[in-house]
Design a protein around this ligand. Structure first.
Ligand code: PGA
Length: 255
C-alpha cells in the first residue's frame, strides 16, 4: 500500500497571531500545486484561530495542527487546553511527546499515552514523537529505546487507531543542530518502529501507519529522506518558518 506523504511544520514558540496569519498566507501561495499529500502547520495555541481563518478561506489544502494538548475533557487545569477546544478551531492533527516537552516540561511516556488516547477519542490525529539522545545513540541503545517509547505511547489503542496514527522519529541530537543521521540510519529506526506497530497491532496497521523523519530537515536534504521506504514524510521545525523552503520540502515529498 502506498501511504500518503505528510509534511508537518512545527512552528514551536515562534510567531504572534498576526505574524502567523502572514506566514500561512505566504504558504498558501505555493499550495495550489500540492496534490496527494497532507501538509500540516502547527502554530502556537494562541495563533490557531488566526491561521484557521486564513486556511478556511482556501479550500483547506493546508491542515491545522496543535503542538500539545491536555488529556482531560475539561476542568480546573490552569493553563491547559482540551481536545474539544482544538476540534472547534478546526485542528485535525496534534504533536505529542516532542522531545522539547519531554526535556523542559517533564512529559513522560505515560502522559504521552493519555494524550494519544484523548486525541483519538476526538478524531484528532496524533503525531507522536520519539527519538534518542546522543548518549543513547552512542551507547548503541537507539533501537531498544525508541521501541519502548512507541510501545508505551501507543499502549491500549486499537489496531484501527494505530493505522491512523502518525509517528515522528526525531533523534534529539539532530533537532535544530544541522546534524542528521544518514537516510539509511533514519530508515533503520523507522523500519523498527513499523515492526513494533506490527507486533502490537498486526501487519495491516503497520502498513498504514505513517512514520515521519524529523531533525534538521531542509529543502536541500529532504528528498533523500523521502526516498527511503519506511519514511513517509517529515516533521520540520526551523525550516517550516520559511514558506519557500517549506514548500520545497512538501514538493520533495510529492515526488
Ligand atoms: P528542526 O526541528 O527541523 O528545527 O531540527 C524539528 C522538530 O523539533 O520537530
Amino acid at each position: 500500500m502506498d501511504r500518503r506523504p505528510l509534511v508537518a511544520g512545527n512552528w514551536k514558540m515562534y510567531k504572534t497571531s498576526g505574524e502567523a496569519a502572514v506566514l500561512v498566507q505566504k504558504l498558501e501561495d505555493y499550495a495550489s500545486g500540492w496534490r496527494d499529500i497532507d501538509v500540516v502547520v502547527c502554530p502556537p495555541f494562541v495563533d490557531l484561530k488566526a491561521v484557521s481563518t486564513v486556511i478556511e478561506l482556501d479550500e483547506v489544502r493546508i491542515a491545522l495542527g496543535a503542538q500539545n494538548v491536555y488529556w482531560e475533557e475539561e476542568g480546573a487545569f490552569t493553563g491547559e487546553v482540551a481536545p474539544r477546544m482544538l476540534v472547534e478551531l478546526g485542528v485535525t492533527y496534534c504533536i505529542v511527546g516532542h522531545s522539547e516537552r519531554r526535556e523542559y516540561f517533564g512529559e513522560t511516556d505515560a502522559g504521552v499515552n493519555k494524550k494519544v488516547h484523548a486525541l483519538l477519542a476526538h478524531d484528532i490525529t496524533p503525531i507522536m514523537c520519539c527519538g534518542e539522545s546522543l548518549e543513547t545513540r552512542e551507547a548503541g541503545d537507539t533501537d531498544a529505546f525508541v521501541r519502548e517509547q512507541v510501545r508505551k505511547g501507543l499502549d491500549g489503542i486499537t489496531a484501527e487507531q494505530a493505522g491512523r496514527i502518525v509517528i515522528a522519529y526525531e533523534p534529539i541530537w539532530a533537532i535544530g543542530t544541522g546534524r542528521t543521521p544518514t537516510p539509511e540510519m533514519a530508515n533503520d529506526v523507522c523500519r523498527s518502529i513499523r515492526a513494533t506497530v506490527g507486533a502490537m497491532f498486526g501487519q495491516p496497521a503497520a502498513i498504514q501507519t505513517r512514520i515521519l523523519y524529523g531533525g534538521s530537515v531542509k529543502a536541500e536534504n529532504a528528498r533523500v529522506f523521502f526516498g527511503e521506504p519506511d519514511i513517509d514524510g517529515a516533521l520540520v521545525g526551523g525550516a517550516s518558518l520559511d514558506p519557500e523552503g517549506f514548500s520545497r520540502i512538501a514538493e520533495a515529498a510529492i515526488g
